[in-house]
Design a binder for this molecule. Sequence first.
Ligand code: GLN
Length: 301
Amino acid sequence: MPSVADARRFALDRFAQSAALKSHNRSLLLLDADVLLQHFLHKPRAWLFAHDTTDISDIWQLFCAAVEQRCTGLPIAYLTGTQEFWGLPFHVTPDVLIPKPDTELLVERSLTIIREKAAAATAPISILDPCTGSGCVIISILHSLEQAGIKNVYCTATDISPAALTIARTNAQNILSPEAQERLCIREGDMRTLPALQTRFDLIAANPPYVPSALTQELLQDGRSEPVLALDGGSDGLDFIRILTNNTPMVLHDCGVLLSEVGEYHAQDASRLFETAGFSAVRIHQDWTNRDRLIEGVLHS
Ligand code: GLN
């Protein structure tokens, strides 16, 4: 009869033999084992500490299979199907990027801009998230606006991947109230044909693929299985920043704002692309680890 203690021992043994996990220290690996146990047992971590000898035969096979998958480098979020972002539980699969804490900066800055605009505006405010993936950015924004009682904001979320849109829709249903869901339109769309949307926005909040191709290949070697489509931004990582800066002036209102997450390694180049495309007040914001992560530009027509 396998117990909680057996499960933790088994996972640590297997993880220690995994090439993909060799840089992870023991406490991180134990945390991985516990998160998997919590997921299958539906118990908090404290319960595990108090139930060392409890029989877990019911979930043993599932747990062992998940441990083996983790040994290939597959992230815990894909194994449990959930990642917390902005304090909210987002469903994830390998069809979408796992939401990262760095991207909370995009949500935070978007909310500041929207609050300022909402205080001054009489007409409703419109926001576009042109590469929504799991929907984590736009859904977090809408969730916070709803909590603050700001309702005159309408959002469009697009993605080129139909599989990602399915995940985004699930997250909108799970996280947003029916009323907030009505203010969010999720549909297939390609940043390259943005002008075809034939509508204008006050804010475009984007997390486009921006990792240089060579670095994308290097990152994926650890078995993370995140979608190449969502990461690879071409040889210098700036392909989609070029597309955004060139295409968004046609779909932004006067004084509209473009925000784009970027890599710390090309933030200066990205900010020059904003300026060349006619954006003013171009600023680079730093993430919680002090790395250049977000470019902001305002469009005056
Ligand atoms: N560093 C980001 C991530 O791993 C890259 C995301 C992107 O290309 N947009 O999620």
